[in-house]
Design a binder for this molecule. Structure first.
Ligand SMILES: Nc1ncnc2c1ncn2[C@@H]1O[C@H](COP(=O)(O)OP(=O)(O)OP(=O)(O)O)[C@@H](O)[C@H]1O
Ligand SMILES: [Mg+2]
Length: 349
């Protein structure tokens, strides 16, 4: 059992700001994902929780105990590092079993648990190798196995799947989610991959430049992004954000209009996900344009329409083909429209 609380945590190195006033509550057994682009402060947050980095300001609590002054080794958590952190002179088996060895787990028990952890990450055949004899993806899985071999009160995982190929990544993702539920261990997981965040998380926290942009369930964040940063970061392909103006209740754009009625006025970004936009005959469209490109994604087709100077993504039936340059109409679904302030990027409710 473990809860984690960060209270107004900040981290600076001279004039470099890593984190700014971060407060966060993580529930027992929760799978929390920190999501954000490179340099937004994900690893810094993890290192502060782990005790590898001192915050410049703020407090860290694990199970309601303030741990600011508690050394990393006494915090009873296991961390997968972004750069693996394996012992080069040890075999895969010894690397995985190391946390058990330092805790004096008897050899037979240790060997059984190492084998079980290695099987979970598909490494059972490589136990005698050393890290230098492994690929990047294999090293990453050793690091993962070393964490799951023991049962700490908290898992911290920093991009643990980033070096795996697409197929293995999908399998490992499912394995991890299953394992986290099975072991019921509170997990904080870092990624810059929004699909990974959506699939794994009970709750996602989106960071940008050391600040929390939004937190919530994957469903909530997907359905109601709080600003254009989040709107553009979650979803693949991302939400369409079309600049225009609201006047007399209608959305106006050089390629057409949406009657609305919209309650606001002024410059906005109109947001709609590609799955909610429809391709229609030119006469039936809110906006008119031409087919810019048509890409088969497998179960859907992504058609990009050039309307005025904007490109609009539309998910369509994969069996429909669309010749480039053809005149089309684009129709928005009023139920799933988002409006953002053009200047601040903030959602208009
Ligand atoms: N020891 C340090 N000294 C100075 N600046 C640092 C130090 N460590 C991190 N930073 C800076 O703090 C910011 C946050 O870094 P952090 O490693 O937390 O990013 P991240 O979100 O993990 O990014 P990535 O996805 O690239 O791993 C970055 O701007 C980084 O350059
Ligand atoms: Mg990082």
């Amino acid at each position: 059992m473990a809860t984690v609380k960060l209270q107004r945590v900040a981290k600076r190195w001279g004039s470099v700001v890593g984190l700014e006033d971060l407060s966060l509550d993580i529930a027992d057994q929760e799978f929390l994902v920190l999501l954000g682009p490179s340099g937004c402060g994900k690893t810094t947050t993890m290192r502060i929780i782990a005790g590898l980095e001192d915050p410049t300001a703020g407090d860290i609590f694990i199970d309601d105990e303030r741990v600011n002054d508690k050394p990393a080794r006494d915090r009873d958590l296991a961390m997968v590092f972004q750069n693996y952190g394996l012992y080069p002179h040890m075999t895969v088996a010894d690397n995985i079993g190391y946390p058990l060895k330092v805790r004096h787990v008897p050899r037979p028990d240790r060997e059984a648990r190492v084998l079980e952890a290695a099987r979970r990450v598909e490494l059972a055949d490589l136990l005698r190798r050393r890290p230098a004899e492994l690929s990047g993806g294999q090293r990453q899985r050793v690091a993962l196995a070393r964490v799951i071999v023991r049962k700490p009160r908290l898992f911290l995982m920093d991009e643990p799947l980033s070096n795996l190929d697409a197929k293995l990544r999908t399998t490992m993702r499912a394995q991890l989610k299953h394992l986290q539920r099975e072991l019921a261990i509170t997990t904080i997981y870092v990624t810059h991959d929004q699909i990974e965040a959506m699939t794994l998380a009970d709750r996602i926290v989106i960071l940008s430049k050391g600040r929390i942009q939004q937190q919530g369930s994957p469903e909530d964040i997907y359905a109601k992004p709080i600003n254009t940063f989040v709107a553009g970061f979650i979803g693949s392909p991302p939400m369409n954000l079309i600049p225009g103006e609201i006047a007399d209740g209608a959305f106006r754009h050089s390629a057409g209009r949406i009657a609305g009625p919209f309650a606001t006025s002024g410059a906005v970004l109109l947001g709609q996900r590609p799955e909610h936009v429809a391709l229609v005959a030119p006469a039936d469209g809110h906006l008119n344009g031409t087919v810019f490109s048509s890409e088969l994604l497998g179960d859907t087709r992504l058609v990009t329409v050039e309307a005025g100077s904007d490109l609009i993504g539309v998910k369509t039936d994969p069996r429909e083909t669309h010749a480039m340059g053809r005149q089309v109409g684009v129709r928005f679904d009023a139920e799933h429209l988002h409006l953002f302030d053009a200047r601040t990027g903030v959602r208009i409710t």
